[in-house]
Design a protein around this ligand. Structure first.
Ligand code: AMP
Length: 226
C-alpha cells in the first residue's frame, strides 16, 4: 500500500478515464473516486446538492463550481486513510483552485485521445436517463440490447452524443480544461498520454505509478529515520 497518494485523471468523455481509474484502483490499492458516481448517488439520495445538480445535468450544462466543490471536497478531506484517484473533477480552473487549497496532489494524468477515436467511441454510447448509467454498445453493452440492466427501462442516446453535436461538445471540453492542464503543467505534476487504444496507454501509466509510489515510500522512510 502507498502513503496517501493522490492523483487526478483528466480526459474528455470517451477518453477511457473510467477504465484506467479502475485499473489503477485494482493494481495500486487507490480508491477510485468517480465524480459521476458522486453525482448519481447525490441525485438518488435527493440531497440538496443532488437535486440542484440534476437540473444542470438534464440541460447538459456543467454543474456550478460551488455545488461541485461543496459536494466533493469534504469527502476528500475525510479520506485520510487511503490514497485515491479522482476521475471527472476538476473540470474547471475554479474547481482546480478549490482542490488545491484543500489537498496536495502527487500526480495528474491527462488522456489526450485523438478526436476521431473519441467520436467513434461516443457514437456507441447509450444511457439510462433516470440513473445516468452509461453503456457502450461495444465495450460495455447492456445484457439485453437497448435496455437498462437494473431497471429494465429503455436506453436512449443523448443529443450530445450524436455525431453532429459531438465535435462541439469535445471542443468545449478542451477549452474549459486547457487552463486546468496549464496549471498542473506549471506545478510539474502533469503527465499526458496519447493513443487510440487504452491497452497501449496502460503500461506507461502503470510504470509511472509504480515509480511515483515507490519514491513516496522512500521519502516516508527517510522522514521516519530522521
Ligand atoms: P460527463 O458524463 O462526465 O460529461 O458528466 C455528465 C454531466 O455531469 C455533465 O454534463 C455535467 O453536467 C456534470 N458534471 C460531471 N462532472 C462535473 C464537474 N466536475 N463539474 C461540473 N459538472 C460536472
Amino acid at each position: 500500500m502507498s502513503k496517501m497518494f493522490r492523483a487526478v485523471i483528466m480526459g474528455a468523455a470517451g477518453s477511457g478515464k473510467g477504465t484506467i481509474s479502475e485499473r489503477v484502483a485494482n493494481s495500486f490499492g487507490l480508491q477510485h473516486l468517480s465524480c459521476g458516481d458522486f453525482l448519481r448517488q447525490n441525485i438518488a439520495a435527493k440531497t440538496e446538492a443532488g437535486l440542484l445538480a440534476k437540473t444542470y445535468i438534464e440541460k447538459r450544462l456543467l454543474v456550478p463550481d460551488h455545488v461541485m466543490t461543496r459536494m466533493l471536497l469534504p469527502h476528500l478531506e475525510e479520506m485520510t486513510h487511503q490514497g485515491w484517484i479522482l476521475d471527472g473533477f476538476p473540470r474547471t480552473l475554479a474547481q482546480a483552485k478549490a482542490l488545491n487549497s484543500s489537498c496536495e496532489l502527487d500526480l495528474v494524468i491527462s488522456l489526450n485521445i485523438p478526436l476521431e477515436t473519441l467520436k467513434e467511441r461516443l457514437r456507441h454510447r447509450w444511457i439510462h436517463p433516470a440513473s445516468g448509467r452509461v453503456y457502450n454498445m461495444y465495450f460495455n453493452p447492456p445484457r439485453v440490447q437497448g435496455v437498462d440492466d437494473i431497471s429494465g427501462e429503455p436506453l436512449i442516446q443523448h443529443e450530445g452524443d450524436k455525431p453532429e453535436a459531438l465535435v462541439a461538445k469535445l471542443r468545449h471540453y478542451k477549452d474549459v480544461a486547457k487552463p486546468v492542464i496549464d496549471l498542473y503543467k506549471s506545478k510539474g505534476i502533469l503527465h499526458t498520454f496519447s493513443d487510440t487504444d487504452t491497452d497501449r496507454i496502460w503500461p506507461y501509466i502503470s510504470s509511472l505509478l509504480s515509480t511515483k509510489i515507490q519514491m513516496d515510500h522512500v521519502d516516508l522512510q527517510r522522514a521516519s529515520t530522521h
